[in-house]
Design a protein around this ligand. Structure first.
Ligand SMILES: N[C@@H](CCC(=O)N[C@@H](CS)C(=O)NCC(=O)O)C(=O)O
Length: 224
């Protein structure tokens, strides 16, 4: 299937869609990209591409698949030689686990805070606990980084990095060069952060901190 005709529907601001873009770049896929304006979504998108109306969606030879985690697993299956998921069943499960963990224990705090349900202090406290546990999960995989599995870049890195970047976009508003203590104090975690955010596939597909800050301010009316 490596010669499949692929079209990715995405929006530059969307972290879920960025997952799909990173996976495709990492796979070396030849693919077309269609940018969807989420503020002014064309009718044909819901009718012809994704009835849920969300990005990302990946069209493979005329069949469309949606949901970012499903899409990146599909990309891995289309390009198995890139080893974006470990073959070992336990390691594979652990890579999937860290994606869920990051979403449920770390990322979830961003919108709770932006939406006013979590104070800044509680946001920092909850995030510190999440990052401290993330450091343990990284060390359980490998004593050295930079990636989740160690030297091998995987779907765990693909899935987490767009959200990690947006957390730092938010904390850039805290001023004073704010950094989480868990990251300052733990070299493995600090290397992971640096490693996934400096990966070319991430950088080439990231719209930049300002784009997320705009969403926080304009959609969530966020202010400190
Ligand atoms: N669970 C979905 C979430 C995708 C999602 O929420 N995408 C947003 C943009 S970041 C979207 O397309 N929203 C529809 C809209 O804004 O109309 C996934 O993982 O792909």
């Amino acid at each position: 299937m490596a010669s499949s005709k692929l079209t990715l529907y995405r929006a530059e601001i969307c972290p879920y869609a960025q997952r799909a873009a990173i996976a495709l770049k990492e796979s070396g896929a030849d693919y077309n990209e269609v940018l969807i304006d989420l503020q002014n979504k064309p009718d044909w998108y819901t009718v012809k591409v994704n009835p849920e109306g969300k990005v990302p969606a990946l069209d493979v030879n005329g069949t469309t698949v949606a949901e970012s985690l499903v899409v990146i697993e599909l990309v891995n299956d289309l390009f198995p030689e890139k080893n974006l998921l470990p073959k070992d069943p336990i390691k594979k499960a652990q890579a999937r686990f860290v994606i869920e963990f990051f979403n449920n224990k770390i990322w979830t705090n961003v919108f709770k805070h932006a939406g006013g349900q979590l104070s800044k202090d509680d946001f920092i406290k909850e995030s510190e606990a999440g990052f401290t546990r993330l450091n343990e999960l990284l060390l359980e995989q490998s004593k050295t980084g930079p990636y989740f599995l160690g030297e091998q870049y995987s779907l765990a890195d693909v899935a987490v990095s767009p959200f990690l970047a947006r957390i730092f976009a938010l904390t850039s508003l805290f001023g004073g060069e704010f950094q989480f203590k868990a990251i300052k104090d733990n070299e493995r975690l600090a290397q992971f952060v640096h490693g996934v955010l400096s990966r070319p596939s991430f950088r080439e597909s990231y719209a930049g901190d300002e784009a997320f800050i705009d969403i926080l301010k304009n959609k969530f009316n966020y202010h400190l």
